[in-house]
Design a protein around this ligand. Structure first.
Ligand SMILES: Cc1cc2nc3c(=O)[nH]c(=O)nc-3n(C[C@H](O)[C@H](O)[C@H](O)COP(=O)(O)OP(=O)(O)OC[C@H]3O[C@@H](n4cnc5c(N)ncnc54)[C@H](O)[C@@H]3O)c2cc1C
Length: 500
């Protein structure tokens, strides 16, 4: 799948943002872990700086000792010791999470547990269409393992060269092929996890049917490290498509993009892998930092769709007939279809380089909304207007996995101010932007977090916009499973038994 070297940078880049702690004294290893530190690999806080980086350069976490277990039993020993001694644990995968769930904000009596050394593919079975992998397997490596047996693991996104399966499941991530294959949750058959008391939940089943009570796998998926540490997972593999077609189309509006999707669905059924919307301004942002990428159409348009369909031998003819018809009825103004794997990769690079181009251009807000498809145009219109009402000089790169109703608003400061200035001196502006996006989301019956999760960044928004009954149940579950509040305190749930 799409794997770009630059995304490996997310693991090693040093932040230059203003909140770097003025390093006075690094926290020491919590006393209760002295014995285990002789058998399990670990890094002292002063050597653990790569674990404090936010992939979007908005803040810096705090350095704490990092444990690097190599097996589920080592994870279990660690968590047991933390449970007994009230030591806080922040689980860590590839560090690409964009809501700060993996970053330590309160360093006292806290460790990071990184799963990066647990990266084995334990088993792969073409007959069962299942791969069993450890939590530290990089997503692109799981895709490659599937490809090696002529199968497909369809979870795919721009961070796939760094993000890890444990993190993917803990955040229930989405990406570009949710439309056809579902999100991480839909691709997971079973889970192995270490619970907050150190016990090991072994639900690593390859079964598609297993009606034996509560499905605890689903409780762990999307729990963002607050209910335990995922150590392994059994994942569903899919047949690989014989043919794939990738097209880049100009459309006049988000509503026309939704119309295009509906027509594609009627004509081609379930074969649409990806359907990404991009606004024209995004290409100005992209060109600034990736001038080598070529805009594929002759004329610009207000909006574009990057779409991919997969299927059998007759796909190409059916797709081209359809495209011709869409030109005739004026739904598509212009289009290119990739004629080679290199062209396909080039088209995908346009979309997948957008998050990095946003970061380099100093975006101060990156929203993650989903709304019903019927509300997309209304949501986009209302949100552009609400942001312009705050300050007409704010600029917006709007794109998203629109086939799933998932839109990202990336907002840039006015030309006379940069990101650093705004973070330091204008939190009010940041709050206003976030608030209006959340308000238009709610007005359009959407979700304030489509695929990134809540982490530490959106906790307040969840409190404000979440259903109180649901939040109360979250706390009941959290207290029942983690009475000492050691697992990722401060993430997802605001006041749940935070270990001291
Ligand atoms: C360029 C870029 C593009 C992105 N594109 C997308 C996209 O298209 N769709 C999307 O959904 N997301 C996207 N993301 C966000 C991110 O990649 C995903 O959230 C990803 O699933 C995080 O995985 P990770 O291994 O990096 O987790 P981390 O960042 O290490 O951790 C994320 C959260 O999971 C917890 N966690 C990590 N490992 C475990 C474990 N083993 N057990 C329990 N908890 C754990 C952490 O404590 C934290 O709360 C993107 C990020 C970047 C930087």
């Amino acid at each position: 799948m799409h794997s770009f070297d630059m995304f490996f940078l997310y693991r090693c880049r040093r932040s230059t943002m203003p909140f770097s702690p003025s390093v006075v004294a690094y926290p020491q290893l919590p006393a209760g872990l002295a014995e285990l530190s002789r058998t399990i690999s670990w890094l002292p806080a002063e050597e653990a700086e790569k674990y404090i980086i936010d992939p979007r350069d908005r803040f810096t976490g705090k350095s704490v000792p990092v444990f690097l277990p190599r097996s589920t039993s080592e994870v279990s020993d660690l968590v047991t010791a933390c449970h007994l001694n009230g030591i806080r644990i922040v689980p860590y995968g590839g560090g690409t999470g964009v809501v700060a769930g993996q970053l330590v904000f309160h360093a006292e009596n806290t460790i990071v547990v990184s799963l990066e050394k647990m990266n084995a593919v334990r088993q792969i079975s073409k007959a069962d269409s299942v791969v069993v992998v450890e939590a530290g397997c990089i997503l692109a490596d799981v895709q490659a393992a599937a490809e090696a047996v002529d199968m497909l693991f369809p979870l795919s996104m721009a961070s796939e060269g760094s993000s890890m399966i444990g993190g993917n499941l803990a955040t229930n991530c989405g990406g570009i092929q949710v439309l056809r294959y579902g999100n991480a949750r839909d691709l997971c058959l079973g889970i192995e996890a270490v619970l907050p008391d150190g016990s090991i939940l072994n639900e690593l089943t390859p079964l598609r049917k297993n009606n034996t009570g509560y499905d605890l796998r689903h409780l762990m998926i999307g729990s963002e490290g607050t209910l335990g540490i995922i150590t392994a997972a059994s994942l569903s593999l899919k047949p690989a498509d014989k043919h794939t077609l990738t097209a880049f189309c100009a459309v006049s509006s988000p509503a026309r993009a939704v119309d295009l999707l509906s027509r594609l669905r009627s004509a081609l059924g379930d074969s649409i892998n990806a359907f990404e919307l991009m606004c024209d301004f995004g290409f100005t942002v992209l060109e600034r930092h990736f001038p080598q990428e070529r805009f594929p159409l002759e004329k610009s348009s207000d909006w574009y769709v990057l779409l991919e369909v997969g299927g059998t031998d007759d796909l190409e003819a059916r797709f081209h007939n359809l495209l011709e018809h869409l030109f005739e009825v004026g739904l598509v103004a212009d289009a290119v279809v990739a004629a080679s794997e290199a062209q396909r990769a080039a088209l995908w690079r346009l979309r997948e380089s957008m998050p990095e181009a946003n970061r380099l251009s100093g975006a101060v807000c990156n929203s993650d909304t989903s709304v019903p498809l019927s509300q997309i145009q209304d949501f986009v219109d209302r949100t552009y207007q609400a942001i312009a009402d705050i300050d007409p000089a704010l600029t917006i790169n709007c794109y998203g996995h629109v086939g799933d109703g998932n839109i990202h608003f990336n907002v840039f400061p006015p030309p006379d101010r940069d990101k650093q200035h705004i973070i330091l001196h204008d939190q009010e502006l940041l709050d206003s932007i976030r608030t209006v996006i959340n308000q238009t989301t709610m007005a359009c019956k959407g979700s304030i977090s489509a695929e990134h999760g809540i982490g530490r960044l959106k906790r307040i928004d969840l409190e404000r916009f979440g259903d109180p009954v649901k939040l109360a149940l979250f706390r009941t579950l959290k207290t029942a499973l983690d009475p000492k509040g050691i697992m990722n305190p401060g993430a997802l749930i605001s006041d749940s038994g935070t270990a001291s």
